[in-house]
Design a protein around this ligand. Structure first.
Ligand code: FAD
Length: 434
């Protein structure tokens, strides 16, 4: 008889909630990871950096598990089929795993839970990915918040002594099922190959967090922000550990972690946003221009607006884009070019190392104006003013757009003032009727 622990967005042995409970259960634990073909088959880029990151993280877990006399079992296929096979291989008592709030994952988990139940096993799931989830931070009338500031106040009021509890799973490694090391399929065996994009490290630099409030808005600063997004996305660091540190070091940084909880909570309560819908239905009436050629210019960083182009080139080259520039490029696409935010959302989803459905959708709908706590529709970022404020010396721009002052640099693909007026007209033509 064994218990199964299923790693998903929590690729670490330290301070892992469900893993802690599994290892405390008194029954040997078989750790598994599934390269899910339902997800992988949809990725066009076979050098996808996120798949590379997951693969490297899984190998790292395997080394630690081998050192503990255990082994990760890594599968490639559809989760339901993998679990069916495991039920034949082992007598499974319980399966432990951490919550995932995306609709695909919820359906997957419901199906796996039902299958286990049919075979007399139970699935136990835990909160691990966020600090507060689902209904933990609600308005006094019991409804979910849709505006960030009051949500963040309530979030802070909900903090208790044990909110950032350290689940010491790392001290229980002896409770894994002992077995000889099992081979992990290579990247090539799961249909991918190596990326040349490097990954940010997971060590938190406390000076970055301490100086965050002053530095976070300047994309030229190498250490202005933490670059921990990818590690939070795949759980190679613990959100509780990071929150424990940041609550002492910087309230501004803590607020960003609260935004992360906020968007996960929004996705949970308003799943229509995961089905291609605007948070506010009336924004789905906007007659987008959707000009393919202009979209292509935007993707390639050839709009003739240096700050927009720098951002898109940074994204294309490194898989990262600074938050300030994400806001500028997203506003430019949706307002200046009147291209459907969903096009931009999908492009970021393909490219961002830290791509996370809840935060990406939240960011895009914020920029387009259609989101829960969004910028008002008549607010159109002015790329020139943004540059003056946040990259005055053009350090960031010169890095990514070295041909700025040469003949090769394209002319602006739209005129700012005309585009601004057009955006406000088009938006107000549908929104004023509401
Ligand atoms: P830091 O500034 O160091 O912040 C620390 C962590 O806080 C981040 O890693 C992230 O987990 C969280 N965080 C910070 N800002 C936000 C925010 N506004 N919303 C939610 N979480 C936040 N963030 C993602 O994690 N994944 C995405 O796919 C994503 N897409 C975005 C798309 C658009 C259009 C916009 C405007 C923002 C998007 N963001 C996304 C939010 C934000 O830009 C990134 O989290 C941040 O730039 C990541 O860099 P960092 O790790 O250095 O963050």
């Amino acid at each position: 008889e064994v218990n199964i622990f299923w790693f998903r967005r929590d690729l670490r042995l330290t301070d892992n909630t469900a893993l802690f409970h599994a290892l405390n259960s008194g029954i040997p634990v078989v750790p598994i990871f599934i390269f899910d073909t339902n997800i992988l088959d949809d990725l066009d880029d076979k050098t996808d950096a996120r798949v590379n990151f997951i693969h490297a993280s899984v190998q790292n877990l395997q080394q630690q598990l081998i050192a503990a006399g255990a082994s990760l079992e890594v599968y490639y296929g559809k989760p339901i089929a993998v679990i069916e096979n495991l039920l034949e291989k082992y007598i499974i008592k319980h399966l432990f795993t951490n919550h995932d709030y995306e609709p695909y994952a919820q359906n997957r988990d419901a199906a796996v839970g039902a299958l286990l139940e049919k075979k007399g096993a139970t699935m136990y799931t835990y909160k691990d990915q966020v600090i507060f989830e689902k209904n933990e931070v609600l308005k006094d009338d019991g409804k979910p918040y849709t505006v960030f500031t009051p949500y963040s106040k309530k979030w802070k009021a909900c903090l208790k002594e044990n909110t950032f509890y350290h689940f010491k799973s790392e001290t229980l490694l002896h409770a894994f099922f002992k077995q000889t090391p099992k081979a992990i399929p290579s990247l090539e065996q799961i249909g991918f190959s190596k990326t040349n994009i490097p990954f940010p490290t997971k060590e938190t630099d406390t000076t970055i967090i301490k100086q965050y409030a002053l530095q976070r808005d300047f994309p030229a600063l190498k250490n202005g922000t933490s670059k921990l997004g990818i590690h939070l996305r795949f759980g190679t660091i613990s959100i509780r550990a990071l929150a424990r540190e940041s609550i002492i070091l910087s309230e501004t940084f803590l607020n960003e972690l609260i935004w992360r909880d906020f968007y996960h909570m929004i996705l949970w309560h308003f799943p229509h946003i995961a089905h291609g819908k605007a948070f506010r239905a009336e924004y789905d009436l906007i007659p987008w221009r959707n000009e393919e050629v202009l979209f292509q210019h935007w993707c390639e960083g050839k709009t003739g607006y240096p700050i927009v182009d720098a951002g898109m080139r940074e994204l294309n080259t490194t898989g990262f884009m600074h938050n300030r520039v994400r806001m500028i490029t997203a506003s430019f696409l949706t307002k200046h070019l009147l291209i459907d935010w969903r096009w931009g959302e999908a492009y970021f989803a393909k490219k961002l190392l830290d791509f996370d459905f809840a935060a990406n959708n939240g960011g895009w709908q914020w920029a387009a104006g259609s989101g829960c706590d969004a910028a008002p529709y008549f607010r159109v970022f002015n790329p020139t003013l943004q540059t003056e404020k946040f990259d005055k010396q053009l350090i960031y721009i010169n890095k990514w757009v070295p041909e700025l002052n040469s003949f090769n640099y394209p002319k602006p693909i739209v005129n700012h003032e005309l585009a601004r007026k057009r955006a406000i007209e088009v938006y107000s033509s549908v929104l004023k009727k509401q």
